[in-house]
Design a protein around this ligand. Structure first.
Ligand code: PEP
Length: 249
């Protein structure tokens, strides 16, 4: 079976000032000189999207947002709409990240509403799911992510470009990762839940793994069946680290 190109997404979270764009520039230059075997996206904070998108020029590295509101516009002080992200130059958007789900008490239905708004704005959603350590220890990981997929993926995704990111919450920013066998089992379960939810529409979208991906473990994780890429936090902040992951694809 043909292996599709991996999708490697960097999530800068609430990190990065204007000076940090130098890292994006190093990345762009490196990938223009020696093109990646994968698709590469950087998701800076909203304040940097426009400048980063202009700097990157939509070439070797694409730009994405980290979240958006579920309404297209209105009296929502402090929020950013999907259309605003697209207008600033974003082409993708991370939705339902566990940090957003926790900080803003986001429900699966709320994430699904954001996905609809993102699609309407022409953005490619990256929808995050993942279990807590307590849920994993209780043997509930597959049930939890299957429920999240059933609730967070609207049927309107069928036929649209999108990705799902499986991110065990206990692996995010902790330096801990599941075993390769655990990653494979979870990715197979995520695919099954996507097929159940979207039918054939859930067959092709890549399933990214996220949680303490680094240059030293990226290649083996990316070689696991059904791992279609990676969502990378801390190791995407420095071009050198992120390149180490990208070169592992
Ligand atoms: C993330 O931000 O989604 C993430 C996986 O972070 P880290 O790579 O730092 O664990």
């Amino acid at each position: 079976m043909k292996q599709s190109v991996k999708l490697i997404v960097g999530n800068w979270k609430m990190n990065g000032l204007g000076a940090s764009l130098a890292e994006a520039e190093v990345l762009k230059d490196a990938l223009e000189a020696d093109p990646a075997a994968c698709r590469v996206v950087l998701c800076p904070p909203a304040t940097l999207i426009e400048r980063m998108a202009r700097l990157l020029g939509g070439g070797a590295v694409e730009t994405g947002g980290q979240d958006c509101h579920d309404e297209p516009s209105g009296a929502f002080t402090g929020s950013v709409s999907a259309e605003m992200l697209a207008d600033a130059g974003a082409r993708l958007v991370i939705l339902g990240h566990s940090e957003s789900r926790a900080s803003f008490a986001e429900t699966d239905a709320g994430v699904a509403a954001k996905v609809e708004t993102a699609l309407a704005a022409g953005l490619e959603p990256i929808i995050c799911v993942g279990e807590t350590l307590e849920q994993r220890d209780a043997g509930e990981a597959i049930d939890v992510v299957s429920r999240q997929i059933a609730g967070s993926l609207p049927v309107s995704l069928t036929g649209q470009p999108f990705a799902v990111a499986y991110e065990p919450i206990w692996a995010i920013g902790t330096g801990r990762t599941p075993t390769l066998e655990e990653i494979e089992a979870m990715h197979r379960a995520v695919r099954a839940a996507m097929l159940k939810r979207l039918g054939a529409g859930g067959a092709a979208a890549p399933i990214l793994y996220g949680g303490s991906v680094k240059p030293g473990n990226a290649a083996e994780i990316l070689a696991v069946p059904e791992v279609g890429g990676a969502l990378v936090g801390g190791a995407s902040l420095k071009a050198e680290d992120f390149l180490g992951i990208i070169r592992g694809t």
